[in-house]
Ligand binder design. Structure first.
Ligand SMILES: [Zn+2]
Ligand SMILES: [Zn+2]
Length: 143
């Protein structure tokens, strides 16, 4: 009688340990699957980033809300006054892409930084834009 009771208790105790082990194992497995899915998702999508977001525009200063004429070229003398920068990956880490063509700058690319708003674009891209506009293509401030 006594031996029956002792052995029954021991068996039940062992069973409890087995059940707890299964539950912990199931939780660990599901977490492992979840982590694997997250890892795969991150690996697949980090390889090809879609158009990185443009840098935030500077605080607005007297933005004109009125209608903008369709063709309003910037004065050539004004364009000539823009300083031309040569892109270098060493010194220009803070900027990465042209706001017109959205291409990443390459080492040695020439770009303009607009004195009024600080936005920057390839010289070739901005020159084409300024033939019909006198505003920044990004924030529409008059250049
Ligand atoms: Zn460009
Ligand atoms: Zn701008």
């Amino acid at each position: 009688m006594t031996s029956d009771g002792t052995s029954g208790g021991a068996t039940r105790h062992d069973l409890t340990i087995v059940i707890v082990g299964i539950v912990i194992g199931a939780i660990a497995l599901s977490y492992g699957v979840y982590a694997a899915v997250q890892w795969v998702r991150k690996t697949c999508f980090s390889g090809a980033p879609q158009q990185a977001p443009l840098p935030p525009p500077p605080p607005p200063q007297e933005l004109e809300m009125g209608p903008v004429p369709a063709v309003d070229p910037a004065p050539p003398a004004r364009i000539a006054s823009f300083p031309v920068h040569v892109y270098s990956t060493d010194t220009d880490e803070r900027i990465s892409e042209c706001g017109v063509c959205l291409e990443d700058y390459a080492q040695g690319d020439q770009y303009w930084e607009l004195p009024t708003c600080g936005h920057h674009f390839h010289v070739a891209c901005l020159r084409v834009w300024l033939e019909s506009h006198s505003t920044c293509p990004f924030c529409r401030q008059t250049v």
